[in-house]
Ligand binder design. Sequence first.
Ligand SMILES: Nc1nc2c(ncn2[C@@H]2O[C@H](COP(=O)(O)OP(=O)(O)OP(=O)(O)O)[C@@H](O)[C@H]2O)c(=O)[nH]1
Ligand SMILES: [Mg+2]
Length: 669
Amino acid sequence: MKHIIVGTAGHIDHGKTALVKALTGTDADRLKEEKQRGITIDIGFADLAIGDSRFGFVDVPGHERFVKNMLAGAHGLDIVMLVVAADESVMPQTREHFDICRLLHVKSGLVALTKSDLVDEELLELARAEVEDFVQGSFLEGAPIIPVSSRTGAGVEELKSALVKLSESIAPKITSAVPRLPIDRSFSIKGFGTVVTGTLIAGELKVGDEVEVLPGGVRTRVRNLQVHAEDTDRALAGQRTAVNLQGVNVEQTQRGSMLAPAGRLLSTSMIDARLDLLANSPRPIVHRARVRLHHGTAEVMARVVILGGGEPSGGDREPDSEEWLLDSIAAESLLPTSPALIQESIRIEPGQSRLVQLRLEEPIAALPGDRFIIRSYSPQITIGGGIVIDALPEKHRLRDTAPRARLEQLERADLTERVAIFIEMSGARAMVATDIASRTGATDEQMNSAARALIGSGRVLEVSDSPLILLSSEVYRLLASQVSDLLSKHHSSEPLSLGLGREEVRERVFGDNRPEIFRAVIARLADEGKIVAERDMLRLASHRPALTDADSAAKQNLESSFKAAGLEALTLEEAAARLGLAVNLARKLFNLLQSERRVARVGDMVFHVEVVENLKERVRAQKAVNPRMDVTVFKEITGGLTRKYAIPLLEFLDRERITRRVGNEREIL
Ligand SMILES: Nc1nc2c(ncn2[C@@H]2O[C@H](COP(=O)(O)OP(=O)(O)OP(=O)(O)O)[C@@H](O)[C@H]2O)c(=O)[nH]1
Ligand SMILES: [Mg+2]
């Protein structure tokens, strides 16, 4: 069964509610006040099944004071039924509602020429001609215009057939998306608790799903679902849906909130968008103007920060000097009450389209691709609308040109490209799967396929697979060269040093970014053979400690004295003192000996590697005599070592798995 959402639109009293009743038998005016006054105040609902199609009607108020309620019902429409009374023809809210439908990119619709019983043939034709003229150049150009009378029933059947015909060309909804339900009503039913309703605009909801009410972030569970007043296990995109929620109250689920899977999306207070100002807007939008933003069922106040440096389409280019002047205002620093004159010079003229950053006074939950409407603060009229490009952006200033270029890229991007751009924007912070999900609204499946494509093409690197962390390859190259530069500088200033400590490199190049990124960059550089990671030290693979002849000789002497000391080992300091070497130099030489595996350190004693090997041999030989050995025996086979040397050496042998401690004895392995 195909589910189609049909919204009414049109001027007050043109017969929208009467028509919905003539079509469905349902009076969508449900409030007492609506019945008393004979006007619609808030959106109402009705439904109708014809053949294989189920139409969910959203009936909206025509009164100019209730356009905000109309807007709560105007998203998610498949078909708009523009209602124009034949006796009055096109009126102000016919225009405004129609503008809203165009700005929201409603794709399909028809015109119902209502109250046909009140006019003669001539007037009817006049109205038809006016409507044809009115919709010219829009998505309704060429759409059916059907005379109808809710009073006599004339034309109602034709209207139904036209709806069925239109519904055939409506593409099936993609249900494999993250579900979102903009809440348009919330009430409580005794014995059930809180119920919210709305048009499910994407994905599918199932009974038992863990959900979240944004922007508040209250988590809850779907206890029960209804579509068109019938219980169901799951609701699909494009269906009018009622959701019974567990353990939340009506106050937490008001109109304007968004129901979405728990932990998947984020709410936002800034939106990067393309904003189109209506050609018939009475005024331009000036930089930082305060407007009303309508998104889904939400209405919030917002400031429009016009992103500068660009050529607005559909109008003249403003001089750059003005934009420069305005930077201080955009930066919201020095001149919050700047001369109105300057502020006025950066603006969106009627009919123009520009990239903007909307700074919201209250958070909402939005995703790229969402459409929205802008109304002026006062008078409250619809002046424009647009499309969300990035719902989780950084704060931009008027003069920054980089964000603008990136937004233009994002506008043209498909999902994979969008993921790539967001990863590139994240720089050295990289992106975790959850960031990608909330930024793009992608499902796991979409995300994984985008990630595979981008890793395959070499554009991004997988830094970790659980959690999935993706880093731009360009940023990788930058980080890698910073690591190489840092090591190379260190090598030239400290030619004897073996390298830099890992922790120091991490701090200096990677700062507070995720440790996985550091580990991945180092591992990759090591794989590529560019650096060597040894113990806690990093060095360039090409690095060879540069020894002078004197240093070489000193190193030789140092090694010889450890060898000569045998099991009665020296500390590094003792050896340095005997040779008359500076401790500092001795330490560097010792590091070299250690990295060449010529010496081993046990506590602060240094043993030559041959001495250690010889000891291991002796212990192994003892195994033939007796696999158990106590300290006394160990002292004997080592030629009477004192406890000072014997005990640390035994522990060393335990660590090397030559022996194992069993009570007071050692088992030789
Ligand atoms: N003669 C005649 N009257 C109609 C017809 N359709 C509606 N009306 C009358 O027009 C008045 C307004 O009709 P509604 O359906 O409430 O108009 P509406 O467009 O829903 O009005 P709002 O919701 O307030 O914008 C009512 O008194 C209806 O009875 C029609 O086809 N013929
Ligand atoms: Mg009505």
